[in-house]
Design a protein around this ligand. Structure first.
Ligand SMILES: C[S@@+](CC[C@H](N)C(=O)[O-])C[C@H]1O[C@@H](n2cnc3c(N)ncnc32)[C@H](O)[C@@H]1O
Length: 310
């Protein structure tokens, strides 16, 4: 761990069981992070397996470069959004792809990145420094209605109260730091016996919008799917219900054996038959074992789903 980049890889054995990496085949890791899944895939597909890997975060790329060094010649690593995988991974070339969504422990634990309400830092929250929007810009400039909707969409029932409190406070002093924001949210949304910190869902909502995570996931699922060969497996780990819903919808659509006219609900008389493009391998999501949850509390919300290309 010489780079100081610490991340406990989630559902590692389970991802290997799903992907069953084979010698000589190619794989894609769209969220390389500390390279936990990447290294395991390279080991399991040795001596000739190949890995295409990317991450949007320069710190992750630096850590991954170090950890992948022993596999020189067997991987290609890019700093890019997984939505753009098609720019460096040939279509139809891979036997498996993994997306382990969200943020790494390294990102959460690095105060200067601004992801955590538990540490004082600038309100940044960007995974890639090349993207324009910061969390500070969102909380200081968005109208109350938009902030309310953002928080509601992320399951925060007190979204309007919080948005109004932000508007009041920012008139006196713009938000600059994580603790300043967390304190305002806590005043507007007292803990009231809930298990989570009152700022949890607000910070998550901000991170999602700052990194345009919904759009990236929609494009990323399609990009990862396109680079698979027939028989290839897409494995996706999600950490909250919004992400999981997107993955489930994508999987269902690929597993259906019909199309629907654009914008129509699923009524039998509207179905236009076509062959299914995928088969769902996980009727229920795979979740971490009790011992993994004890070892790594951040794994608790993880859910793994897998889809095989037909
Ligand atoms: C949970 S960590 C992955 C950890 C990794 N699987 C490991 O074992 O070390 C998620 C990583 O995905 C990256 N990430 C999130 N969204 C991304 C996107 N749209 N494109 C590329 N990387 C992304 C983050 O920067 C972070 O490093």
């Amino acid at each position: 761990m010489s780079s100081g980049f610490i991340h406990h890889t989630v559902l590692l054995e389970e991802v290997l069981t799903v992907l069953q990496p084979k010698d000589g085949a190619s794989y894609f890791d769209g969220t390389c992070g500390g390279a936990g899944h990447s290294v395991a895939i390279l080991k399991a597909s040795g001596p000739k397996g190949f890995l295409f890997a990317c991450d949007a975060d320069p710190d992750a790329i630096a850590a991954a470069r170090e950890r992948l060094a022993p596999f020189a010649g067997r991987y290609e690593l890019r700093m890019t959004n997984f939505a753009d995988a098609g720019a460096f991974v040939p279509a139809g070339s891979c036997a498996g792809a993994v997306l382990d969504l969200g943020v790494s422990s390294h990102q959460l634990d690095t105060a200067m990145r601004g992801f955590s309400f538990q540490q004082e830092g600038p309100l940044d929250m960007r995974m890639s420094p090349s993207t324009p929007l910061t969390a500070a810009a969102v909380v200081n400039t968005w109208p109350v209605e938009d902030l309310t909707q953002l928080f509601w969409d992320n399951g925060e029932s007190q979204g309007r109260r919080i948005a109004r409190a932000l508007e009041r406070d920012r008139k006196m002093r713009p938000f600059e730091t994580t603790r300043q924001l967390a304190a305002c949210v806590a005043r507007a949304n007292p803990r009231a016996g809930r298990a989570k910190d009152p700022a949890t869902l607000v910070f998550q909502a901000l991170r999602i919008v700052v990194n345009d995570e919904k759009a990236a996931l929609n494009s990323g699922l399609q990009a990862a799917w396109d680079l698979l060969a027939p028989g290839g497996i897409l494995a996706v780990i999600t950490f909250h219900s919004g992400e999981d819903r997107q993955v489930k919808e994508f999987f269902r659509e690929e597993a259906r054996d019909y199309d629907l006219p654009p914008g129509e609900d699923d009524f039998p008389h509207l179905r236009q038959p076509r062959p299914a493009r995928g088969k769902i391998l996980t009727r229920k999501p795979i979740v971490p074992s009790e011992s993994e949850r004890d070892r790594n509390p951040r794994s608790r919300s993880a859910q793994l789903r897998a889809l095989v290309k037909l």
